[in-house]
Design a protein around this ligand. Structure first.
Ligand SMILES: Nc1nc2c(ncn2[C@@H]2O[C@H](COP(=O)(O)OP(=O)(O)OP(=O)(O)O)[C@@H](O)[C@H]2O)c(=O)[nH]1
Length: 340
């Protein structure tokens, strides 16, 4: 299952800008932009990206999976000169929330760094509110030492160049690969910056886990496995991977045993919940929050004895989330009325 429409847009169509915030995927040719989009949002297997052809036009993708996560991803071909005077980039940048700049960490990085600097300096002049996110990509092919060196080099050079040019921008850096969960974690962080309700969601999660003696909780988008929010304790990649895999297990089992004959669907509804006891004394706990989101938690088995309390706290948490959604929808409608 994938998301929404995928459309090729040319110069003219690109001027028809909708109100959803946009995330631009930029970087040199073959750096991995289309692969990232396909793997994260279209469930393409990483190995299948080997056969992706080079992108010739801007590819626009509408991501409307949940009330919180609604945006467009624009995949720019590596060979496109974004700042060509014939390309109306100033207009396009007005509604852009973030630029994800992808650097192939297995390749020579000089040209990519030059292009990154040029992109940041020009974009900053048009819209200083855009978040700059640098993916140090294809990290799977590097040894651990090499990974650290690459990240340090890219981060240092970019920051120094920006300081020398007097540009007050602080890009975020992520080491990513489509062959593990790093790409999902990085994209989660990119998207979270575009969710205005993030502090409220994090607070709700903090209260929920502390009252329920839970170690870690993620509010996950069930289709993409991007986490929309988590509590304030640090994210450990293995825990995120476990929680994300649990969603697959629950959906797969529901599809096989939960759907009626000839019934089609994702196998995920209000009834979806699951508890998995691991052999290391930990428990995974999943509950449906709404059509798009699941709460997935990790807790100690000894703290699961009072699971009635956890279930009760979850109901309160779910109600609070519904209120946040309702407020968001109400304020959106109010905004529309005013503009009408
Ligand atoms: N090892 C490795 N290869 C990757 C990764 N991501 C993408 N690739 C490979 O990189 C190659 C280029 O990927 P694309 O997604 O087509 O690159 P692009 O940036 O969209 O390229 P253009 O369309 O030319 O701008 C493909 O063969 C992918 O399989 C990764 O994380 N690790």
């Amino acid at each position: 299952m994938g998301y929404g429409d995928e459309a090729q847009v040319d110069g003219e169509q690109s001027s028809q800008i909708e109100n959803k915030p946009k995330i631009f995927l930029m970087g040199l040719k073959r750096s991995g932009k289309s692969s990232i989009q396909k793997v994260v949002f279209h469930k393409m297997l990483p190995n299948e990206t080997l056969f992706l052809e080079t992108t010739n036009k801007v590819v626009k993708n509408d991501i409307s999976n949940s009330s919180f996560v609604q945006f467009q991803i624009w995949d720019f071909p590596g060979q496109l000169d974004f700042f060509d005077p014939s390309f109306d980039y100033e207009h396009i940048l007005n509604n852009c929330g973030a630029i994800v700049f992808v650097i192939d960490a297995q390749d020579e990085i000089g040209e990519a760094l030059q292009k990154l600097h040029q992109t940041i300096s020009k974009v900053y002049q048009v819209n200083p509110n855009i978040h700059f996110e640098v993916f140090i990509h294809k990290s799977d092919g590097l040894s651990d030492d090499h990974k650290i060196d690459r990240q340090r080099d890219i981060q240092q050079k970019t920051t120094e160049d920006l300081m020398d040019a007097n540009i007050n921008v602080h890009p975020s850096f992520y080491v990513t690969s489509i062959y593990d969960h790093s790409i999902f974690e990085a994209f989660s962080k990119v998207i979270q910056k575009l969710i205005p309700q993030l502090p409220t969601l994090e607070n709700l999660l903090d209260v929920f886990i502390s009252r329920s003696r839970i170690e870690k909780a993620f509010l996950v988008d069930v289709v993409s496995k991007i986490y929309v929010a988590t509590d304030n304790s640090p994210v450990d990649m293995q825990t995120y991977e476990l929680c994300s895999d649990m969603i697959d297990v629950v959906i797969d089992v529901s599809c096989i045993y939960g759907l009626k004959e000839e019934e089609e669907g994702l196998g995920y509804d209000q009834e979806s919940h699951s508890v998995i006891k691991l052999n290391n004394g930990m428990v995974l706990y999943l509950r449906e929050v709404n059509k798009y989101l699941a709460l997935v938690c990790l807790l100690r088995e000894t703290n699961f004895d009072k699971h009635g309390l956890i279930d009760y706290n979850f109901i309160c948490f779910k109600k609070a989330i519904e209120e946040v959604f309702a407020r968001k929808t109400a304020s959106r409608k109010k905004g529309k009325k005013i503009t009408n």
